[in-house]
Design a protein around this ligand. Structure first.
Ligand code: ATP
Length: 234
């Protein structure tokens, strides 16, 4: 049984259908990438899993339980934490206060605490009293990841980590993933920019127009296959 899976997942914004029968499975301990162009449905998939968008209960399962109809706080309490697109920090709160907010979701015992998040991203310790607004984009992304880790999640969902960041900063952020994974979290990384993501994941799913168009491992799918799954074979 997969740790987390979607089966025939459909999603709607009013009358507009954004997902058409999406099947993905995340095994325990695995790191997955969901890749695809702007508008492919990646964020909608993350919102559907995290409870931000309501779905049919049975279309999303976590540890065998149907969770598609649960609210975002209920999903978080089960151990699924989200690093949202755009980071969504509280701008007037300090780095440390933003991190502590993450603790209230599940607050399960586990490896992650202020201390271990600061070990993961030492720059955040230096900037612990700075307000969110005073941070660079990369530092804000580190806070968003740290905040999600503070709940000691079983599953970490990361939406568009690379967006707007310089390549060197993206590399620093991705360097944290082997450590996060070593602490036992299973991870889903959504990206348009696949360069770094494909170096750290076990498998990938490519989406286009609300459907999965390709799945495989970074070692077995070719760039040409990704290109046609990403943009369509024109
Ligand atoms: P991006 O990289 O831009 O986040 P994405 O692959 O995550 O792209 P989604 O944001 O999931 O794609 O969007 C999938 C489809 O749903 C698109 O056609 C988009 O226009 C539409 N959509 C997304 N959010 C909404 C919304 N709040 N209301 C209506 N339509 C939406």
């Amino acid at each position: 049984m997969a740790l987390l899976e979607t089966q025939g997942l459909a999603a709607f914004y009013g009358d507009f259908q954004a997902l058409f029968g999406v099947d993905i499975a995340l095994e325990s301990g695995e790191t997955l990438a969901i890749i695809g162009a702007n508008g492919a449905g990646k964020s909608t998939l993350m919102r559907s899993i995290s409870g931000m968008l309501a779905n049919e209960a049975h279309q999303v399962r976590f540890e065998g339980r149907a969770i598609g109809a649960l609210s975002a706080p209920e999903v978080m309490a089960l151990g699924i934490a989200m690093v949202p697109e755009g980071r969504k920090l509280f701008p007037s709160l300090s780095v440390e206060e933003n991190l502590l907010i993450g603790k209230y979701g599940r607050a399960a015992r586990g490896a992650w605490s202020l201390e271990t998040v600061y070990d993961l991203f030492p720059i955040l310790k230096e900037r612990r009293n700075s307000p969110g607004t005073a941070l660079s984009g990369g530092q804000q992304q580190m806070v968003a990841i740290g905040r999600a880790l503070m709940s000691n999640p079983k599953v970490l969902l990361c939406d568009e980590l690379s967006l707007g960041l310089a390549p060197v900063v993206i590399r620093d952020i991705y360097a944290a993933f082997p450590k996060i994974r070593a602490e036992g979290a299973s991870i889903v990384i959504v990206e348009q920019d696949i360069g770094q993501a494909l170096k750290v994941v076990d498998r990938l799913y490519c989406m286009m127009e609300g459907r999965v168009t390709l799945t495989g491992t970074p070692a077995t799918v070719s760039r040409a296959e990704i290109h046609s799954a990403y943009f369509g074979a024109h």
